[in-house]
Structures are given as structure tokens and as C-alpha cells.
Design a protein. Structure first.
Length: 403
């Protein structure tokens, strides 16, 4: 019987152990390689996401810069709305929205612009209908999540809703409403980009506030604060421009200067506050009796001026007589009591029949006004001698009772 040689057994076993160690090393190397490949893939995916985020932010910044520049070039609220609609509807075919602006009385918001699926349904709403206006911060609602829907939104018509209040100097100007149309994933880009929508609303708020401030300053620069009529400076600039236009078109232009009769006596009798009321009444009548192309202004004190582009002498005389008659018949109420009405005297001059230049035309109208006063007041005089006579108004007296 032959036995195994222990030396041979050790030598035979050695390759087996080496092979095991070799296979183990290969396994570790393979695992390490695969792990490093996965890490490299994950790093690549992370880099791709980072680059995508950077590109998206760059596009958002470019969008805000473009919109901001266009808003700065806008002169009216209507132009701002047109720019906002054009740019917002280009963001996504599944994104709809509307813009609501606060009324002057601050009792309702008017739908002034809409885009997308809700374009035809945007209307007015009460401030209490929107939670964003109630709370003074953005309010959003997603399908499948508990939340409070604004009364002006159609919760079933969209998968995601966002209302952003438009604020300026602590005052609510309106609300910008975004909606992802029904049937689209509310957890997608729109929800992630809500801060971008906040920035859009802020840019829009600044544009609206700037235009309203500009309109306020312009109104103060060209309007008389008491009567709301144009002031003397605006009248002179406009009359000069209208005369050039009338010259090119070969059309007449009538200028009227009118003055409240015995206004100093009226102030002495009832006080300057009552005199302010009388000036406001005359201003209201002049505004109501002028067309869109006409110009009515408070020329100074109790004197007013009118410009009627395109009106010949005969029609201008009819208009002035109607104004004179309405002022004479209008009741003036001061501190709950009626005081005697005021009357006016007026002078009319017509381009080109009476004068060719603005200063000369105004001088001729002023001369006609003084002829009306010399003839007894409460009448108008056409340059060239035509005069409309009326009865002298009765003495001023206080009438008791309510209007």
C-alpha cells in the first residue's frame, strides 16, 4: 500500500489556494470597477442636472431682463398688459393665466388681460375672492393636495393654481393668476419654478406702479386741481398745436374765453369755499359739454377757456349758448343749502376769420369777452359784433331748503 507523499499534497494544494486568491482579487477588482462606473454615472447625471438647472436659470434671467426692458418702454397700462400677455403665453402651452387690477374705488378687481385656456373667461372679482389678496402673499393649490381654493378659480379646470398679489409701497395693485391646465403633471416644472413666477409678478408690479406714478404726475402737471380741467399751460401748448393742424387741414378753429359774472361779489356774500363750489360746477358743465377733441381749461381765477377744433363760428356760438344756459340754470349747493346760481360772459374768436396767430386769436376773444361784460354780462359776443343778449340775473340771495 502506497501512501500519499505529504510534500506532494502541499504542492498540489498550493495552486488551488492561488486560484482562489486570484478569483477573489478579480471579484474585488470587478466590484470596484463597477462601483466606480456607477459613481461616475451618478456624477455625470448630477452634472447634467446641474447644467440643466443653470441653463434654466439663465433662460429665466434672460426672460425677466427682456420683459423688464419692454415694461420700461411702455407708456400705458394697456401696453403693459399686451407685453405681459405676449411673453407669458410663450412660457408653456399648458400654462394659462390672467391679470386682475384693482379699481380706483378698491371695491373690485377688473380682469384686464388673460391668456391660454382661460382667456375668454377672465372677468372681475371681489378682493375677498382671492386668498392671495386676503393674506398678502402668494397662494397655491395642487390637485390631490388639501388646500383652500380661491373663489375666482376653477379648481377642476387645472392641476395647479397660483395667485400672486401685485404689491407696490404696501398697496395691492392687483393679482397675477397662473394655472396649469387639467391633465398635466402638477409636480413638474411649473411647481418647481414658482419662484420664477414670483419674480415675474414683482417685475409686473414695478411696471404698473411706475406707470401709475407717471400718470399721476402728468395729471398734476396739466390739470387744475380744483376743477379737473386742463391748466393754462397745457391749453396754450395744445392750442398752438391745433392751430398748425387746422392750417394744414384748412379747417376752422373756434376759441372761447368765458368769465363768471360778479364772482368777487359771490365770494364776499357766501365765502371762498362757496366760490370753490361754483368753480367746480362750472368745470363739470364745461367737461360735459366738450367733445373728445375739444379742450376746456381753467385759464386763471374765475376765467375759463375753450378750444373747438373744426367748429365754424355758427356752431361754436350754439355750443357757447348751450353752456351759458346750463350754467345759469344749475343749482349750486353749499353746506346743504342752495345759493343763487352764477352766470357767465363769453367772447368767441375763430381761426382764420378773426386772427391767424395764437396770441392774436386769444386777444380778439378777450376783446369780445369784455364787450359782453360792457353790454350787461350773462351773454356771449362773437368777434366782429354778433352779441347774444339775456336778462340781467337777479340779486344774490340765500335760499333755504335742500336741493
Amino acid at each position: 500500500m502506497t501512501g500519499r507523499d505529504p510534500k506532494m499534497s502541499v504542492e498540489a494544494a498550493a495552486p488551488r489556494h492561488a486560484r482562489r486568491r486570484s478569483r477573489s482579487a478579480e471579484g474585488w477588482l470587478g466590484w470596484f470597477g463597477r462601483s466606480r462606473s456607477r459613481r461616475r454615472s451618478a456624477a455625470g447625471d448630477g452634472l447634467d442636472r446641474t447644467l440643466a438647472d443653470l441653463n434654466s436659470r439663465q433662460e429665466d434671467l434672460a426672460f425677466l431682463s427682456d420683459v423688464g426692458q419692454l415694461f420700461q418702454a411702455c407708456r400705458t397700462i394697456e401696453e403693459v398688459c399686451n407685453v405681459a400677455k405676449d411673453r407669458l403665453q410663450s412660457l408653456s402651452p399648458h400654462l394659462s393665466g390672467a391679470l386682475f387690477l384693482m379699481s380706483e374705488g378698491r371695491d373690485y378687481l377688473e380682469g384686464v388681460m388673460a391668456w391660454g385656456a382661460i382667456e375668454a373667461s377672465a372677468a372681475s372679482l371681489a378682493p375677498s375672492d382671492c386668498w392671495a389678496l386676503r393674506c398678502g402673499r402668494p397662494h397655491q393649490l395642487s390637485r390631490g393636495h388639501e388646500g383652500i381654493a380661491c373663489a375666482h378659480t376653477d379648481a377642476a379646470g387645472g392641476d395647479w393654481h397660483l395667485c400672486v398679489p401685485l404689491m407696490a409701497q404696501g398697496e395691492a395693485l392687483g393679482v397675477l393668476y397662473f394655472r396649469v391646465d387639467a391633465g398635466h403633471d402638477p409636480s413638474g416644472d411649473h411647481v418647481e419654478r414658482r419662484h420664477f413666477y414670483f419674480n415675474v409678478a414683482e417685475t409686473l408690479s414695478l411696471a404698473l406702479a411706475n406707470i401709475r406714478l407717471r400718470e399721476t404726475l402728468q395729471h398734476q402737471a396739466i390739470r387744475d386741481p380744483l376743477t379737473g380741467l386742463f391748466n393754462r399751460r397745457y391749453f396754450q401748448e395744445t392750442l398752438r398745436r391745433e392751430l398748425h393742424r387746422a392750417s394744414r387741414a384748412k379747417q376752422p378753429l373756434s376759441v372761447v374765453l368765458l368769465d363768471i359774472d360778479h364772482f368777487k361779489r359771490f365770494n364776499d356774500t357766501y365765502g371762498h369755499d362757496a366760490g370753490d363750489v361754483a368753480l367746480k360746477v362750472v368745470g363739470e358743465i364745461l367737461q360735459g359739454r366738450t367733445r373728445a377733441g375739444d379742450v376746456a381749461c381753467r385759464h386763471g381765477g374765475e376765467e375759463f377757456a375753450l378750444a373747438f377744433p373744426g367748429l365754424p363760428a355758427e356752431i361754436a356760438a350754439e355750443r357757447v349758448e348751450a353752456i351759458r344756459r346750463e350754467i345759469e340754470l344749475r343749482d349750486i349747493v353749499f353746506l346743504g343749502e342752495r345759493v343763487d346760481p352764477v352766470t357767465i360772459s363769453a367772447g368767441i374768436a375763430v381761426y382764420p376769420a378773426h386772427a391767424m396767430e395764437m396770441e392774436a386769436l386769444m386777444r380778439v376773444a378777450d376783446q369780445a369777452l369784455y364787450k359782453s361784460k360792457e353790454a350787461g354780462r350773462n351773454r356771449f359776443t362773437m368777434a366782429g359784433g354778433q352779441r347774444r343778449k339775456t336778462e340781467e340775473p337777479p340779486a344774490l340771495s340765500l335760499v333755504q331748503g335742500s336741493p
